[in-house]
Design a protein around this ligand. Structure first.
Ligand code: ASP
Length: 439
């Protein structure tokens, strides 16, 4: 059994958090490859070390005065070292960083030092070898990950090390230039390492006990999802649920490796398993509810449109010409509606209307803004009768007017359009009927 374990910034924000991480690693000998993030926020008003580094480097490039900012970063690490009673000194490391910043080495190098230094501390604290990500995560010139070389480098390194701390978020070009992934990219490093060593599981430790059934800002203390498939998660993330960096899914999914989201502050919780497929049923029929505000619908009416071949294509052509992507296209006999993101659509509204008149000569074009879309997602819906009925009964009881319904052919989700002002009420009502009353 081999596990790759990644710890997010809040799990490593200070010495107390480091100690929890130490206990987690020591309690399971199969947790062999450890991917740390940079220290995150210690409290809500705090600043992440990665943000401090970006800011410090900006000053180095701008006014050239960055000593104080670098000192503040050094103090964050010093506090961790002292809290852990480690004799490790980062003085030399900071001298090198100082020199490199002064010479304008590059912003990606600057940002990567957060993970690099945290990795050094973690390795010393756990007495596990440190493996610099620059030597095993390889990028191609354009900044794209070189999968084949990275896999080979990692596999070779793992012949030598049966345990290692590998900092997240960065790698290097062949010439050694440091490159980073986009923000939150330590998740990707963990996924890449898990794929390379054919891990049994990729544990992703954070500050919540897994993926929640719905947004905790709408429903207080929502239940945690026990098992979610990659497809379900994609639907939920697309509609706003934030769990993992999007690019972290692909490497492990390709290998059929499950991801286990865990809580560093509550290691006794099982967390959520994200898997390719499962015969495990969700206890609530549905797996999750997610949604977003800020959509707009464009309703096009034209009598006899159903006999006009190519009508839909021409309508969508107008949106394509303006570079606007569409979300849904519910239609009737003489009506065709297009749902788009309001922010994308607003500035091009008049061009779209003109385009529609030119290409499809509609009788009427009507628009409605401030709409929300809610996705009710669940692999169990396919085999359960009455799910849609329950959703709409719940919405009717809550006095929510449903503007649009769309069930994909996969029967994995039902998308519901409501007005923005009904959004929270609708999500709560759907959560209540499935999770609380389990009707
Ligand atoms: N430290 C980086 C960030 O704040 C990467 C990560 O935490 O995953 O984005």
């Amino acid at each position: 059994m081999k596990k790759v374990v990644k710890f997010g910034g809040s799990s490593l924000a200070d010495a107390e958090q480091f100690k929890k991480v130490g206990d987690i690693i020591r309690s399971d000998a199969t947790r062999r490859y450890i991917i740390p993030s940079a220290p995150g926020k210690r409290h809500s008003k705090d600043t992440k070390v990665t943000d401090m580094l970006y800011d410090c480097y900006r000053s180095a490039k701008g006014s050239g005065l960055f000593e104080e900012k670098l000192k503040a970063i050094e103090e964050r690490y010093q506090e961790i070292l002292e809290g852990l009673k480690l004799s490790l000194s980062l003085e030399e490391e900071f001298e090198i960083i100082h020199r490199n910043f002064a010479e304008g080495i590059g912003v990606e190098y600057a940002a990567s030092r957060g993970e690099y230094l945290n990795g050094k501390i973690m390795a010393a604290y756990l007495d596990i070898p440190f493996l610099d990500a620059a030597s095993v995560i390889r990028f191609k010139k354009g900044g794209i990950l070189d999968v084949a070389v990275t896999d080979a480098l990692l596999q070779k390194a793992f012949e030598e090390y049966d345990r290692a701390v590998i900092p997240g978020f960065y790698g290097a070009l062949e010439d050694g230039t440091i490159k980073t992934f986009s923000r939150g990219g330590s998740d990707i490093t963990g996924s890449i390492v898990a794929r390379a060593i054919h891990a049994d599981v990729y544990e992703n430790w954070t500050d919540v006990s897994g993926v929640m059934v719905t947004d905790p800002r709408i429903v207080e203390n929502p239940e945690v999802i026990d098992t979610v498939t990659y497809r379900e998660l994609r639907e939920l993330s697309y509609m706003g649920a934030t769990v993992l960096h999007e690019d972290a899914i692909f490497p492990v999914r390709q290998e059929g490796i499950p991801i286990n989201i865990r809580n560093t502050n509550r290691p006794q919780d099982r967390g959520t398993f994200i898997v390719e497929s499962t015969c495990k049923k969700s206890p609530y029929i549905i797996t999750g509810i997610a949604g977003k505000k800020g959509f707009c619908s464009i309703n096009i009416e034209k009598s006899m449109m159903n006999s006009e071949i190519g009508f839909g294509r021409r309508v969508l052509q107008v949106f394509e010409d303006q570079g606007i992507s569409f979300e849904h296209t519910p239609s009737g006999i003489d009506t065709f509606t297009v749902y788009v993101h309001q922010s994308e659509f607003e500035e091009k509204e008049q061009q779209v209307i003109a385009g529609l008149h030119r290409l499809v000569q509609p009788d009427v074009v009507e628009m409605e803004s401030d709409l929300s879309l809610i996705a009710v997602v669940g692999r169990g819906m396919k085999s359960t009768r009455g799910t849609a009925g329950r959703i709409f009964a719940a919405l009717a009881h809550a006095n929510v007017n449903v503007k649009m319904i769309d069930q994909g052919s996969s029967e994995l989700n039902i998308i519901i359009g409501v007005e923005d002002r009904d959004f929270e009420t609708a999500v709560k009502a759907i959560y209540d009927i499935f999770v609380l009353t389990k009707l």
